[in-house]
Design a protein around this ligand. Structure first.
Ligand code: B12
Ligand code: SF4
Length: 493
C-alpha cells in the first residue's frame, strides 16, 4: 500500500522505525515534511507564519498523491497541528488516517473521538501497524489487533497492548531515507535511540504513563540494543550517508557504565564520529570520563530540573543529589565536553527564594548552556494532580490540558504577579551565560527586574552565539535552513 507520513520540524525516530517495518512488508512510504518555519511551539509569529506556511502546499501534494493510508506520529506539542492537517485532508480524500505516538498513548479516549481519525495505535507501534495494514489490505477487518483502537457501529473497540518488544536487535534499522530528502540537519546529523525505557518515574514525564500500560519492573521495561547491533547500523549508515556526527536520544546514555565501556571501545575502533547524548547527573562520574573521551563524545545534555533537593524529591520524584549536578558540570567542562543543562521554572512550590538559590547555584557552576523552560503539564501525568493539590490548576484546566495541551492560555497558566516575578529571573539566567560579571551586576542592582523582554531576547541571541555548536538540535533553526525553506516557498527552488 501507499503510505504517507506527515510530520513537522524535527526528525522523528518513531516514524523511521514504523517506516522500515512497513517497507519490509512491501509497502511504499513517503514523508511529507512541514518545516513550520515561524509557527511552532518555540517560535511563532502570526504574520511570518502565514507568509511562509507550507501547510496548503503540503495538503495539495498529499491529496494529489492519494495515499491509501496516512500516518501521524503525535507528541502533545504537535497534536493540534496534526488534527488540523488530518481534518483538512479527510475533507478532500477518502483515505484511512491513523494516529500514534506519545500523546495518543496518554489520552487515547479523547483522540479517538475525532471523526477524521479512523484508527489509533497506543504504545510501541512496530508490530501493531504491520498487523493493522495487513488487516486493512485484506478487506477483512480484524478488530482484535493488540495496541489498536477501532471504531465499529458507533462504539470504540479498545484493544490492550501487546508485550513490549524484547529483542530490539531483531528490528530493521530505522528508515533514514525519509528525512534525507528534506535537507539539513538531517544529512550531516545521524540520530539513534539504542535503549528504550527508563528506570525512573518522574512525575512530569511520560514514562510514568507508559508504565501504567506495561510492567514497571525495569528488567522488562528497559530494553537495550546490543553494542554490536548499534555499531553495525552506524557503520552501514556511514557507508551510505557519510554523516558527520551522531545524536543519541536514549533517556540516559551513560546509565550503565559497563555498557558504556564496551560501547566506547567498539565505537572508537569502528565509527569514532563526534556524538552528543542525554544523561542523568548521577550517571556522570570521574570513572566514565575516559570512555567519553575515547568515544569522541562532544556534548552531554543533563536534566537537573531544580536545585532544591526537597522539591526534586517531593514534587518531581527525582533522587539525585546537588553534588551529582555540580560534579557533572565540573568534570564535563574540565574535559571540554559541552554540558547543556535543563532546569525547569514554574514547578509547584518553587518561589522567588527557590529562584535565588537557582541563581546562586548556577553562578558558581556555569554550564555551557542553560535552558530554563516553564514547566509544561502533560496530560494525565502525575504532575497534573500535584499542581491541582497546590491550587495551581483546577479540575477544569486539567481537562483542558487533555483536550488541547499546547493552548497558549494553558502554557502561560495563572500568570499571577507571583509567576511574573519568577519569570523575571529568566533574564538573569541568560545573562549568566553571556557574562558572569554582567549577571552579578544585574542581580546586585536588581536591574534584571526591569529589563524589557526584547533586551532579554538580545541576550539570548548573544548567549546562543557564544556557545554555538554544530551538534545541537536547534540546528533546525539555523538561518541558512530558514533562508533555504523561505526561498523554496517563494520561488519554488
Ligand atoms: C528525541 C526526543 C526529542 C527530539 C526529537 C523529537 C521528535 N519529534 O522525535 C527533540 C530534541 C527535537 C525533542 C523535542 C521535544 N520534546 Co522530546 N523527546 C525525545 C525522546 C528523548 C526520544 C524520542 C524518540 O526518539 N523515541 C524513540 C521512538 C522509537 O519512540 P517513539 O517516538 O515513542 O515511537 C514509538 C511509539 O510511540 C509508536 N509511535 C510513534 N509514532 C507513531 C505513529 C504511528 C502512526 C504509529 C502506529 C505508532 C507510533 O511507535 C514507535 C515505535 O515503537 C522522548 C522520550 C522518549 N524516551 O521517548 C522525548 C519526548 C518525546 N519529548 C517530549 C517533549 C515534551 C518535547 C518538547 C515539547 C520539549 C520542548 N519543550 O521543546 C519538544 C517537542 C518537539 C516536537 N514537536 O517533537 C516528551 C513528550 C511528552 C508528550 N506528552 O508529548 C517526551 C516523551 C519526553 C517526556 N518528558 O516525557 N524531543
Ligand atoms: S529520568 Fe528522565 S526519562 Fe526517566 S522518568 Fe525521569 S524525566 Fe523521564
Amino acid at each position: 500500500m501507499k503510505v504517507a507520513f506527515i510530520y513537522s520540524t524535527f526528525e522523528n525516530i518513531g516514524i523511521e522505525c514504523i517506516s522500515s517495518m512497513l517497507k519490509k512488508e512491501g509497502h511504499k512510504t513517503q514523508l511529507f515534511f512541514d518545516p513550520q518555519l515561524f509557527d511552532d511551539i518555540l517560535f511563532s509569529n502570526k504574520l511570518l507564519g502565514r507568509a511562509f506556511s507550507y501547510k496548503n502546499n503540503i495538503i495539495k501534494q498529499v491529496v494529489k498523491s492519494k495515499p491509501d493510508i496516512i500516518l501521524f506520529s503525535v507528541v502533545s506539542a504537535d497534536y493540534k497541528w496534526a488534527c488540523e492537517y488530518a481534518k483538512k485532508i479527510k475533507q478532500q480524500i477518502d483515505t484511512k488516517i491513523i494516529f500514534g505516538g506519545m500523546h495518543i498513548t496518554s489520552v487515547p479516549d479523547i483522540v479517538i473521538k475525532h471523526d477524521f481519525i479512523d484508527y489509533i495505535v497506543i504504545g510501541e507501534g512496530e508490530f501493531a501497524i504491520v498487523d493493522l495494514l495487513r488487516s486493512i489490505e485484506s478487506g477483512k477487518p480484524d478488530y482484535s489487533i493488540k495496541n489498536v483502537w477501532f471504531k465499529k457501529d458507533g462504539s470504540v473497540i479498545k484493544n490492550p497492548v501487546r508485550p513490549l518488544i524484547k529483542d530490539l536487535d531483531k528490528l530493521p534499522y530505522p528508515d533514514k531515507e525519509l528525512y534525507r530528502k528534506h535537507g539539513e540537519p538531517f544529512i550531516t546529523g545521524y540520530t539513534m535511540q539504542a535503549v528504550r525505557g527508563c528506570p525512573n518515574r518522574c512525575t512530569y514525564c511520560n514514562h510514568d504513563i507508559y508504565k501504567r500500560y506495561y510492567s514497571p519492573e525495569s528488567s522488562t521495561y528497559i530494553r537495550e540494543r546490543s553494542i554490536k547491533n548499534m555499531i553495525a547500523e552506524l557503520k552501514d549508515s556511514y557507508d551510505k550517508y557519510k554523516y558527520k556526527y551522531i545524536r543519541f536520544f536514549d533517556d540516559d546514555f551513560l546509565r550503565d557504565h559497563k555498557r558504556l565501556e564496551e560501547f566506547s571501545k567498539g565505537y572508537n575502533k569502528e565509527v569514532n564520529m563526534p556524538y552528543t547524548c542525554i544523561a542523568h547527573p548521577d550517571s556522570i562520574t570521574e570513572e566514565i570520563i575516559q570512555w567519553l573521551k575515547l568515544s569522541n563524545c562532544r556534548q552531554v545534555n543533563v536534566g537537573f530540573q531544580n536545585v532544591d533537593e526537597k522539591i526534586r524529591i517531593n514534587i518531581l520524584n527525582r533522587k539525585e543529589k546537588n553534588e551529582d549536578a555540580i560534579r557533572s558540570i565540573k568534570i564535563l567542562k574540565k574535559e571540554k565536553i559541552r554540558c547543556i543543562v535543563d532546569c525547569m521554572m514554574g514547578i509547584p512550590s518553587s518561589d522567588a527564594r527557590n529562584m535565588e538559590e537557582t541563581f546562586k547555584f548556577f553562578y558558581n557552576n556555569i554550564p555551557t548552556r542553560l535552558f530554563m523552560p516553564w514547566l509544561q503539564y502533560f496530560p494525565r501525568t502525575k504532575m497534573c494532580n500535584i499542581a491541582q493539590e497546590h491550587g495551581i490548576i483546577s479540575e477544569e484546566k486539567k481537562r483542558q490540558i487533555e483536550l488541547d495541551p499546547y493552548n497558549k492560555s494553558i502554557i502561560t497558566m495563572d500568570k499571577t504577579v507571583h509567576n511574573t516575578k519568577i519569570m523575571k529571573y529568566q533574564t538573569l539566567f541568560v545573562s549568566l551565560l553571556v557574562s558572569k560579571k554582567l549577571a552579578w551586576i544585574l542581580h546586585k542592582t536588581g536591574l534584571y527586574k526591569i529589563i524589557p523582554s526584547r533586551s532579554a531576547l538580545f541576550l539570548n541571541i548573544i548567549a546562543y552565539m557564544k556557545a554555538w555548536s554544530p551538534y545541537e538540535h536547534e540546528q533546525v533553526r539555523s538561518p541558512k535552513r530558514y533562508i533555504s525553506f523561505m526561498m523554496k516557498k517563494v520561488f519554488g527552488v
